[in-house]
Design a binder for this molecule. Structure first.
Ligand code: SF4
Length: 312
């Protein structure tokens, strides 16, 4: 905390403890659809198993997945959870099939809301309008976490995202217009060819689009992906752990203080991770970052107002 009693970083756990008066977690769930971008070769960094929790099997129905998540992940530490549809692109499932699944999950009194992780080109009105009604009636939260990674078209092309920044802006507009939803963006730092200025520009631009939540992390090279091939050719420089923390010390002050930050680094399974291998646990990284922030007198939002006034 700062001397004024506000958090140095508005983390997911801080934000929702303030909001609900209790700790809530996330249970990753899989509706079993595959991402439409796979038909176009997929994003060059993506390998589904690289980020799948060990207990999650898409052949299980949602009730079984939730039960496994409660037992395996929450382990009594949390008194509520977000159903986190993180695998693949859940909204690629037709709305008439997806909505009953979401309704089923929201019927669990322990579920405080939904997080739908998706692509900007997979957010249709056919889902948004009935889902807004469902969310309002159930008095829960629903966050759309839009994968973007970068606002720079050359980076999106390099990653084989097969969408542009304009798609993100249009999806953000539709989500905001439907009401009832929170808007989040997912960015990756360290995309080859991007400078620090480019990364900070991505951050500033998504904040200008009205996001209330951010998922941020460094680029990780996962085994047997096209990015791995490029890494083997020496074409993918990666962050050192110190270099990345230094970057975060410069980036966090530019993020408005009211934006909730869900993550700041990636944590792929060690068996799939090629680089960077920092040999440090996430909890230790977090402690190091907060110690450096305290030492340097840095906090989230410190420069955001100034940047807005300067039109950055
Ligand atoms: S859009 Fe997401 S799930 Fe689909 S290939 Fe890219 S990173 Fe993987």
């Amino acid at each position: 905390m700062t001397e004024a009693g506000s958090p140095r970083i508005r983390t997911f756990s801080y934000h929702y403890r303030q909001k609900f008066g209790r700790s809530v977690g996330k249970i990753p769930l899989d509706v079993g659809v595959s991402c439409p971008n796979r038909e176009r070769g997929g994003c060059i960094f993506c390998r589904p198993a690289g980020f799948t929790p060990h207990y999650l099997s898409k052949s299980d129905d949602l009730a079984r997945q939730v039960a496994a998540g409660k037992a395996g992940l929450l382990q009594g530490r949390f008194r509520g959870y977000f159903a986190y549809f993180q695998q693949e692109t859940c909204t690629a499932m037709p709305a008439e099939r997806l909505l009953p699944l979401l309704r089923e999950v929201l019927a669990d009194p322990d579920c405080v809301g939904l997080i739908l992780s998706t692509r900007p080109d997979c957010v249709d009105e056919a889902l948004l309008l009935p889902l807004a009604e469902l969310v309002t009636k159930s008095a829960r939260e629903c966050l759309f976490e839009l994968g973007l990674q970068s606002v720079h078209e050359r980076s999106l092309a390099f990653l084989n995202r097969n969408h542009g920044f304009a798609d993100f802006c249009q999806a953000a507009e539709r989500i905001r217009a439907a009401g009832s939803f929170q808007l989040g963006a997912h960015l990756i730092f360290g995309i080859p060819g991007e400078t620090e200025e480019d990364m900070l520009a991505s951050l500033a631009e998504v904040c200008r689009q009205g996001v209330t939540h951010l998922k941020l992390h460094h680029l990780q090279v996962i085994r047997e992906t096209p990015l791995h091939d490029l890494y083997e050719l020496g074409r993918v420089p990666v962050f050192s752990h110190g270099g990345y923390l230094d970057f975060l010390l410069r980036a966090l002050p530019r993020i408005p203080a009211d934006i909730t930050i869900h993550r700041l680094w990636a944590t792929a399974h060690p068996e799939y991770l090629v680089a960077p291998k920092w040999q440090i646990l996430a909890g230790q990284l977090s402690r190091e970052l907060l110690e450096k922030m305290a030492e340097l007198g840095v906090w989230q939002g410190q420069l955001a107002v100034q940047d807005r006034m300067n039109g950055r």
